[in-house]
Design a binder for this molecule. Sequence first.
Ligand code: MN
Length: 362
Amino acid sequence: MIQGMKEEHREFVRKKLARLRDVLGGKRTLLIVMQDFPDPDAIAAAAALRELVKSFQEITTTLACGGFVGRAENRALLKYLGLNIKSLDGTNCEQFGAIALVDTQPGAGNNRLCREVVPDLVIDHHPMRPQSRKSPFCDVRRPYGATSTIMHEYLSLAGVALSVPLATALLYGIRSDTADLGREAIQADIDAYLNLYPTCNKRMLGRIAMARVPRSYFRAIGMGLQNAHSAGNCVYTLLGTVETPDIVSEIADLLLRDEETTWALCIGAYGDQLLLSLRTSDLQANAGKVMSRLVGRSGTGGGHSVMAGGQIPIADPAPEAFHERAHEVIDRYRKILGNSNAQLSLLMGDDGEGEEAAAIWR
Ligand SMILES: [Mn+2]
């Protein structure tokens, strides 16, 4: 049982659970769709939804996404959970009795579920999208730091005993979406975290967080740092074409640690899209809104108050087209933040400090 959960909220979750069972009543198969490049929160929430529905009916579940799981930590998490994620491209949505979207919503731009498909279930913590209301079951709780927290409440009130791997995954999902409860976490996230902590495998948690990475990871970090520019209170960098899309948000997180920065934007390219990741340390800000303006009408994007993501399709495959568009985004970024006229410099210094840096090795 979750400590500190108010009776009123328990009642809300119980009602939602009853509705969930109604919607899935009699269905034999469920397709659980995540964002194209699922993060730990999406993976844990999908695994949790699977356990939840299996606890009340005989049902075959399939997990799918439009892209793949790139980041080493996330692959380690999948392996630990024993999960197999199918490609949405080779999946015929019509052959499933029901479809669920977790940690994303219809039309969010970060999932490739066919636009004509109205999912039966939507469970998420990003700002509500109008299309989501068409789903017979919709639970979008914007203040929540993680979808894993929502799923943990369901499992807890449904009385489903958590396996060690699932508890570990949910805790990791909450940790990674809230930067260790320090970013956009509410009391419900903290309660879920405390509730999961005794059950989770601490050694596994460490192994997932410190997963070994391919060389391309270091190349991307190197590129991100080399190309990082600062102007006033913002930094930005261009990664060029990336091998795994989730490196874009990882480098945005890294750049936000610059003590002179309030905003960090990282841009990479994958397939025919520019991928944008935005972070801010200004708690009064609305990164989601800034992202909407950055992607404009041709792209999709959004997020929370201090973190946001977006994607812009580029019709022309020429590298120049990507470059030009990326620079347009940067100009807009500087303009929105009022830094258009601020002096531009390389983050790692371009004012003759190179010699001094080399001196430390003598
Ligand atoms: Mn999430």
